[in-house]
Structure formats: C-alpha cells, structure tokens
Design a protein. Structure first.
Length: 282
C-alpha cells in the first residue's frame, strides 16, 4: 500500500512552517458536543495555549547536528545516538517541538477527516460528496482495495511529497489493523479499532516526515544495505513507541478521540512526541 521516499531535507533559509501548511487545529471547548461541528478556537489548556507559532526561517545547515548524531546511529545502532539525533532534528532542524507540530498541522487535520470517514462508514452515515466514496462503492472489495480507496479519498494526490507520504501512512495504518484482525471489516470498525488506525497513521506519517528530511543520511552512513534497512526500521519502531505512549497519556487524561476532538488531540500528541525528542538528556 504505497512507497517511501527519502531526500536530503529542505535547505536553510526556507520557512520552518511553509505557507501552504494549514493552521494548528483548535482545541474543542469542554462543553462541546462530542460529535458536533468543530467549535470556536480555544487553548487546549490554560497552562500551555496551543497557538500557531511565528513562522521564522530555517537556519543554514539546519540538520547538521542531527546528521552527525544519526550518522553514528547508522553505524552502531545505538538508541542513545538515535535519541540524540532526533533531539537535534527537533530543536534546531525544526525550530522546537511547537514549530515541529505546527509544520505537521496537515497531519492533524487529516486525522480529523480520517476519523470522520471511518466513523461515518461504521455507522452507515452518508459521507460528503467531495469524499468520493461510500459504503456501497466499497462493498465486495478486499481489505487492500478498501484501504487504498479510503486513503486516496482522504488524501488525494496533489503533486507534493507530503500528500504521498500521508496517503501511504493511512494505507499502512489500515494494513496494520488487517494484520492484527484478519477478518476485520474496514467499513464497520469499532471505536477501539478506529483509535488504533488513527494512532498508527500519526506514527507512520511522522516517520515518513523524518525519513524525507534526514532518512537518506542514515542510509548513506550505514555499513551496508541490510544495516541501513535495520536502522530505519528501528527508528520507525522507536517513533511508534513514542506516539503510542502519547495517545495512552491522552486517554488517561480523559481526552476522547471524537470527531470534533480528533484533530486537536492529534496535534497535542504530535507536539508532545516532539517534546520527548527535544527533552532527551544523554
């Protein structure tokens, strides 16, 4: 269900938050209806308002520190070097956890659409015409075809690497669910299954963002092709662990993954995951 692409990362002098990235999804009001339309913007908490940070420009050689540390990781496979590399990637390469999360606001908004589509399909509700699919059009297809159709409808191609990565991440998240529950019906998911898809989507999209920025360096510095594949897979596993931990934290704090809250919760999870990277102490 898709491919992965790496690059050398964006150059210095480019905006840390490109102009086409949408604003950070607003947090729902505490008294908002769980399944109603998105409420007016308010801070996620009084202690840490989640406002769109000022754009700013990326410094020159923005990923130098990350590449240096991840080069060591590529050679020896040390998780300490991996964490140090992700710390440098977040703090200097992306301008800190808040800017990093703002850069991925499109991921958070895609979470809102993905949750809405999966929930509507599971309830037999009609989807907006612009989505381009419905339960009837998916009937009789196998799981891979359904997963690809959902991914294509939610994140259609627009010529950007972000769209390609996001579409692949949705398809991979649905594939993971099918692997865990082989007889699952992707148009009749339970709330728990939808949450798992959302969690995996965020993790895979974040992994692909990292790969696009600095994955090529890990591949280049690994001692051989097998080691390169192993290092990339280990990095993905670490990112998935961090994302899963932040979703557990959100659930433990009482945040419900509903239609109106899915995008803002995803933004909190992404920012807190980057904060874990940024706060690592060797």
């Amino acid at each position: 269900m898709g491919t992965s692409t790496s690059s050398g990362g964006s150059p210095g002098g480019a905006p840390l938050i490109p102009p086409w990235v949408p604003p950070v999804p607003p947090a729902p009001r505490p008294d908002a209806s769980p399944d109603g339309p998105p409420p007016n913007p308010e801070p996620a908490s009084p202690e840490r308002p989640r406002l769109q940070p000022k754009p700013g420009l990326a410094p020159t050689r923005r990923f130098l520190g990350a590449r240096l540390r991840l080069g060591h990781y590529a050679k020896n496979g040390s998780r300490d070097d991996l964490r140090s590399g992700l710390k440098a990637y977040t703090s200097k390469g992306l301008g800190g956890s808040r800017r990093a999360a703002a850069r991925m606001a499109g991921t958070s908004r895609t979470v809102g659409r993905l949750h809405g589509v999966l929930e509507a399909l599971s309830r037999g509700e009609a989807l907006p015409p612009e989505i381009g699919i419905d339960a009837a059009s998916l009937a009789g297809r196998n799981a891979k075809e359904i997963g690809d159709a959902i991914a294509e409808a939610i994140r259609p191609p627009d010529g950007t690497l972000d769209a390609e990565a996001s579409r692949d991440a949705i398809a991979q998240a649905l594939s993971d669910l099918v692997e865990q529950v082989p007889d699952v019906d992707l148009i009749l998911l339970t709330p728990e299954q939808i949450e798992l898809v959302i969690e995996r989507y965020v993790a895979y999209d974040l992994c692909r963002r990292i790969e696009l920025d600095i994955g090529l360096h890990i591949q280049d510095k690994a001692p051989d092709a097998a080691a390169a594949v192993s290092r990339i897979e280990d990095m993905k596993e670490y990112v998935r662990e961090c994302v899963a931990a932040q979703f557990r934290s959100a659930r433990d704090s009482g945040r419900r993954l509903t239609r109106s809250a899915a995008a803002s919760i995803a933004n909190v999870v992404i920012e807190e995951t980057f904060r874990v990277f940024e706060d690592y102490v060797s």
